[in-house]
Design a protein around this ligand. Structure first.
Ligand SMILES: Cc1cc2nc3c(=O)[nH]c(=O)nc-3n(C[C@H](O)[C@H](O)[C@H](O)COP(=O)(O)O)c2cc1C
Length: 211
């Protein structure tokens, strides 16, 4: 009997490893079956600007924010803040004041990715917050896509009219700088991802050598 149990457990172990379907009860692992691989998510992500009315589950928003905060940052400063918006009237006010973010009016939710200058590096690395918040933004876009949502990066900083408009609507203090606004929701239509592969953009070992 013990032998049968041992064989069964060993077979289950091998089966689990082969399929990569170990269950992680924290719910934070991305390795449960049915989820997109990292490369699939990267290659198939595209900007989504129209959404259905379906609400986005709060658990998904949290997973997306976790993905944002998992990004690398210079000296691990994490010089960011995220404003989640699901209030229709605020969404409409933002849509009205941002010329290239009109899709906000029909998005169920948006995340504003901000730099927090009180946490930024001083001196020469002072503007690393932009790269840090950009890395968080890309993680957010990929996580949204991986969870079946559509999203688009709409730029704010360094366009100061947009920064001021967002600051006014959201009541941001002076040390919080909005880098972008990311409307998101379940996609209404999904355009084909653009093929951006251009080997001519790559050099090998020295600028003189094509790839
Ligand atoms: C810094 C930045 C600012 C952007 N601003 C806007 C914007 O204001 N409105 C918009 O609709 N899309 C905006 N986009 C999205 C780009 O238009 C989009 O990423 C680009 O056309 C490539 O398409 P893809 O995301 O589908 O690959 C922005 C993207 C970046 C990285």
């Amino acid at each position: 009997m013990k032998r049968i149990l041992f064989i069964f457990l060993a077979a289950w172990f091998v089966f689990s490893i082969v399929l990569g379907v170990f269950y992680f009860p924290t719910g934070k692992s991305g390795s449960t079956s049915g989820e997109m691989s990292v490369l699939d998510a990267i290659y198939t992500r595209t900007s989504i600007r129209s959404y259905t009315d379906k609400a986005v589950e709060p658990e998904k928003i949290e997973q997306i924010l976790r993905a944002g905060m998992s990004a690398p940052t210079a000296r691990n400063q994490q010089p960011w803040a995220f404003v989640v918006i699901d209030d229709k009237s605020i969404m409409t006010q933002l849509a009205d004041s941002l010329p290239y973010a009109k899709m906000l009016a029909s998005a169920p939710v948006a995340i504003v990715v901000c730099g927090d200058l009180s946490k930024a590096i001083e001196g020469e690395g002072a503007t690393y917050w932009i790269q840090d918040a950009s890395a968080a933004t890309e993680n957010i876009l990929l996580a949204a896509h991986g969870l079946g949502l559509g999203a688009v990066w709409t730029g704010a900083y360094p366009v100061m009219d947009r920064v001021r408009a967002i600051r006014d609507v959201l009541g941001l203090p002076p040390h919080i700088i909005p880098l972008n606004v990311i409307p998101m929701g379940y996609p209404d239509n999904v355009p084909a991802p653009k093929d951006k592969w251009k080997p001519e953009n790559i050099r090998k070992n020295n600028w003189a050598n094509a790839y």
